[in-house]
Design a protein around this ligand. Structure first.
Ligand code: FAD
Length: 553
């Protein structure tokens, strides 16, 4: 993790020109604007911008994946993630160094996000080793704090009684219900409960409001569950195009925020299922604590570490997993040394674009399916205000802003007796287009984006024109797989099939969108699968197939 605690330099620089042509249409939330608005140069000087997170987290551009050059290549220095020679070496299949086995474990878990941590939890008492390449566990579900106040940098909320919520209860975490239907803030107007009572208050011409209603009512008539394969094969925009552009704009933001894709790039199955869920009150089941689902990974580490510290290695990047005579040899880089551990079973809880590069011997069809996954670059910008600025709704949608929505971090604590909000921390979700990923490689690019977030926020309503004490940007290059057409029903089942002794347990083996509940569900199945395999018992293959085919409610 890199953190720049210095004063902002170069904040007023525009982003560097892109090497790629612009996409035809941009994410709803990512219109490029210059700085300006209410963030004047003198005010900027007082605001501290902090950039953290790893663009390469989970990405192929990782120095620890450096291949050993063959004799014909010029010698390659250990390079930074940004150097694309590394990607080329991996892509071109240069051989990695694989030292002899010096360690054994029944089960190796690769990746310490929610999937890997829950697998370790379900396998308590067994012989496992967890390898995480970052200096901390948590992956996309990570909480941070500012002067003792907790906030989330990624995954936001669970649903009451989903797999994540059940695990939370099991380890002693109670996540209160959100109890707040989503408002929309647009055209300098706050509209509560957007898709129910709010529709009539949307600050648009009457015919646009009618179009919102018609879209909602028409969508409710579609038998989404019965037509899953048919709907998953086409873009969601097929179902939004006939309505006012403002309808599509709203769902462009919702899709980009929740499943990494605008309506044109989303599966219609995912889009329509979400419309139905939202308009029929599914959002009333949302439950969370201030750290978002980082509260769950934080608690898992708290529960596991006292007993299993030696088996939980951070800064341990796996570079290869090779099946070899009934075992899997897993090589990882730790404290500057390559080490090989031999395992009877591996739970591969790193995402597919990584798995496809470190698991050797994948059938070509499966490897191709893994590489077909698309990932949205996704910074989250936390803005810390010294006094209450906004506390009127939990998750707030802002069509036309550089961010898609923002969350009030301590929302579910606010009604606790005696609770006093010290700082008003707002988490801004700012998914980018894939072509904009390189923005995140440059700290000034990140700061500029964060400044635009602040500027757009301050323009939403007059009372928002308040300066924060600090702005924290958490950047991730490939955190969320995009729910594009065909991903769930066609591509995922091919990509996620277990390979003999390797189970692909990352949440991207599930769906239909990127969900922490799927991370937990799959790791529960993966843990059972591994126990069967290690114990030499039958049924592992059937269990894995059932887990892959299960459709979450
Ligand atoms: C901004 C954002 C908001 C979200 N909001 C929600 C939400 O509200 N609700 C919800 O349910 N879901 C949400 N999600 C999705 C959710 O965060 C993910 O589905 C879930 O956290 C993924 O967990 P995971 O363990 O499967 O994968 P990850 O979190 O990606 O964990 C994989 C881990 O593997 C590690 N790793 C990668 N390569 C290697 C290697 N070579 N060696 C060792 N380790 C490696 C990574 O560093 C990482 O820690 C959100 C996601 C994002 C990005």
């Amino acid at each position: 993790m890199s953190a720049d605690l210095g004063r902002l330099g170069g904040l007023n620089r525009h982003l560097a020109p892109r090497a790629h042509p612009r996409p035809r249409r941009r994410c709803a939330g990512t219109s490029r604007k210059t700085l300006g608005g209410s963030v004047t140069p003198s005010r900027r000087e007082f605001i501290k911008f902090v950039v953290a997170g790893s663009v390469a987290a989970g990405g192929p551009i990782d120095p620890t994946l450096l291949a050993v050059p063959d004799s014909k290549s010029p010698s390659v220095p250990l390079v930074h993630g940004e150097r694309f020679e590394v990607c080329h070496q991996i892509r071109d299949g240069h051989p990695f160094k694989h030292p002899d086995t010096t360690r054994n474990a029944d089960i190796v878990i690769v990746g310490g996000g929610l999937a890997g941590l829950s697998a370790a939890y379900f396998l308590r008492g067994k012989d496992w080793l967890l390898l995480e390449k970052e200096p901390q566990f948590g992956g996309n579900a990570l909480q941070e704090e500012f002067q003792g106040q907790i906030y989330g940098t990624g995954s936001a909320y669970a649903y009451r009684d989903d797999e994540g919520d059940q695990l939370a209860s099991e380890i002693g975490l109670r996540m209160p219900l959100v109890n707040s239907p989503d408002p929309t803030i647009v055209n300098r107007t706050y509209v509560p409960d957007t898709w129910k009572t709010g529709i009539d208050q949307l600050p648009y011409p009457k015919e646009v409001r009618e179009s919102f209603k018609k879209f909602r009512d028409d969508t409710m008539k579609i038998k989404v569950g019965e037509k899953m394969a048919e709907l998953d094969a086409q873009p969601f925009s097929n179902f939004t195009a006939a309505y006012a552009p403002e309808v599509q704009q709203w769902w462009d933001g919702f899709g980009a925020s929740n499943w990494g894709a605008t309506t044109e790039e989303s599966s219609a199955y995912v889009g329509l299922a979400n419309v139905q869920d939202l308009t029929s009150g599914g959002d009333s089941k949302r439950a969370i604590l201030p750290g978002g689902l980082g509260c769950l990974t934080h608690k898992l580490v708290e529960v596991l570490q006292p007993k299993y510290q030696e088996r939980m290695l951070d800064n341990a990047a796996v570079v290869a997993a090779i099946q070899d005579h009934g075992v899997v040899r897993v090589t990882y880089l730790h404290q500057g040394k390559l080490i090989t551990v031999s395992a009877k079973a591996v739970l591969m809880c790193a995402p597919k674009h990584i798995a496809s590069r470190i698991v050797m011997g994948l059938p070509s069809r499966q490897k191709t399916a893994m590489r077909r996954y698309r990932f949205a670059p996704y910074p989250v910008v936390n803005v810390i205000f010294p006094k209450p600025v906004y506390n009127r709704g939990y998750d707030n949608w802002c069509p036309g802003s550089v961010f898609t929505d923002f969350i009030v971090a301590d929302w579910t604590m606010q009604k606790n007796p005696g609770y006093q909000q010290k700082h008003n921390i707002l988490s801004f979700y700012t998914p980018l287009r894939e072509l904009e990923r390189s923005t995140l490689l440059d700290e000034n690019g990140c700061k500029s984006l964060a400044a635009r977030v602040l500027s757009d926020f301050q323009k939403l309503l007059p009372e928002f024109n308040v300066d924060p004490v600090e702005v924290r940007i958490y950047r991730r290059g490939h955190p969320m797989f995009m729910a594009v057409p065909g991903q769930y029903t066609k591509n995922r089942p091919v990509a996620s099939r277990p390979l003999d002794r390797i189970f692909f347990g990352n949440s991207d083996s599930g769906g239909p969108e990127s969900l922490t509940s799927e991370a937990v569900r799959l790791s529960r199945a993966g843990a059972e699968w591994a126990e069967l395999l290690v114990g030499g018992k039958p049924g592992a293959r059937e269990l894995a197939e059932k887990a892959l085919l299960a459709i979450p409610e």
